[in-house]
Design a binder for this molecule. Structure first.
Ligand SMILES: [Zn+2]
Length: 385
């Protein structure tokens, strides 16, 4: 799992005068293409290889790059990364080597700089909510991290609890009940303190809470507003007997519902903004134009939609058809999926992406976007439609 610590560590990497190689490679789902992956990586690194030989570059930097090249090529020769994409950050002379599997394709490239090139990685990871799963009963808490369908235990702890006597009656029974409640309350408070620590580092986006109804209810009540607003949902589970798989499945369903709901909200919000004449683009044509002029702040794109199109590699113009670029007159490149080109463009320009799986109006529209500025008129005098 890509833990939030890993991401934070990568963001803070510093070559301290030496170059860091950042490499992004797509990994096709089709297994037949994997054989070509290695030679592919080799060609992506051509410029880095050239730098490693360039006598005008500092010797330490050159040696570091050579170490990077060796290790990266070895990774792709031996490893079998899962489908999607792989990001590698390497600075051999500083003992830096990080490999991150990304669930979605990214634009391929090798970048050499003193800091890691993290934007494409962050844009891809940004789409997935990092969920802290809390499983509670009156004395026992388990904290888990759920992210991209992987579950990892963070910690578990137990507070003292009173064992209920086998028989009790009258006044004695009443005091025991009170005492049990008191101890449970204290346990929930301790759990909250632990959660606050986890959320202080901004490591998590949302919380899923599991337990019996009589456990989760008082626990939720003990959450401060700041944490309560992060609760994505609750699920019923017995903390003592729950297996890892039970937790993963039930918390996964909570998170899934939450993410679909969030998508619906985003689509609605963007369409409303457009309807009110605000800075928004709706539909493929306007979104492609908005992408061409770097106007997109947040792109919503229909999951699994594929539309062939054309791109100008000179000016960055994106369209669905044509022979020459309306901006610069250069011949256009055909692409099997213009939505993917649009998404990569938005990432390069520092915007964010949301692939929408939920059933919304976006199914017909394919794309919608929140903009940074109003759209200029399209080239050739076409009105923005
Ligand atoms: Zn052009």
């Amino acid at each position: 799992m890509i833990t939030s610590e890993t991401v934070q560590r990568i963001i803070r990497l510093d070559g301290g005068g030496l170059p860091i190689v950042s490499l992004y490679v797509r990994v096709p789902a089709d297994y037949g293409e994997r054989d070509r992956l290695h030679s592919y990586v080799h060609s992506l690194l051509a410029d880095v290889r050239e730098m490693a030989q360039d006598k005008s570059i500092d010797r330490d930097a050159r040696l570091s790059l050579r170490g990077d090249l060796e290790r990266i090529e070895q990774t792709f020769q031996e490893g079998e990364p899962p489908a999607g994409a792989v990001a590698v950050f390497s600075c051999s002379r500083r003992d830096i080597y990080e490999v991150v599997n990304l669930p979605r394709p990214v634009r391929e490239r090798a970048v050499v700089d003193e800091t890691p090139f993290v934007r494409p990685m962050l844009a891809v990871l940004d789409e997935y909510r990092r969920c802290c799963v809390v499983v509670v009963d009156e004395a026992f808490t388990q904290l888990w991290e759920l992210y991209q369908d992987e579950l990892e235990e963070l910690r578990r702890f137990r507070d003292p609890a009173l064992r209920k006597p086998d028989f009790a009656y009258g006044f004695k029974e009443f005091t025991i009940h009170n005492r049990v409640r008191e101890l449970a309350k204290r346990h929930y408070r301790n759990t909250v303190t632990m959660l606050e620590g986890l959320f202080r580092g901004n490591a998590f986006d949302v919380i899923a809470v599991g337990g019996h109804d009589y456990e989760t209810r008082p626990f939720l009540e003990s959450l401060p507003p700041r944490l309560r607003e992060r609760v994505a949902g609750t699920f019923v589970i017995d903390a003592k007997t729950a297996t890892r798989n039970d937790i993963k499945q039930q918390a996964g369903e909570v998170l899934e519902r939450y993410e679909r709901e969030e998508e619906r909200r985003l689509v609605e919000q963007t369409l409303e903004r457009a309807a009110a004449g605000g800075w928004a683009a709706v539909g493929l044509s306007d979104c492609l134009w908005a992408g061409s002029v770097a106007a997109i702040e947040k792109l919503l794109v229909q999951e699994d939609a594929i539309v062939p199109g054309v791109v100008c590699d000179e000016s960055g113009w994106l369209g669905t058809a044509g022979e020459t670029c309306p901006l610069c007159g250069k011949p256009l490149r055909q692409t099997p999926d213009i939505l993917d080109e649009l998404a990569q463009t938005v990432i390069d320009e520092g915007g964010s992406i949301e692939h929408v799986e939920a059933d919304t109006q976006l199914k017909a529209l394919l794309a919608a976007a929140e903009l940074r500025f109003p759209l200029p008129p399209k080239p050739g005098g076409q009105p923005a439609d």
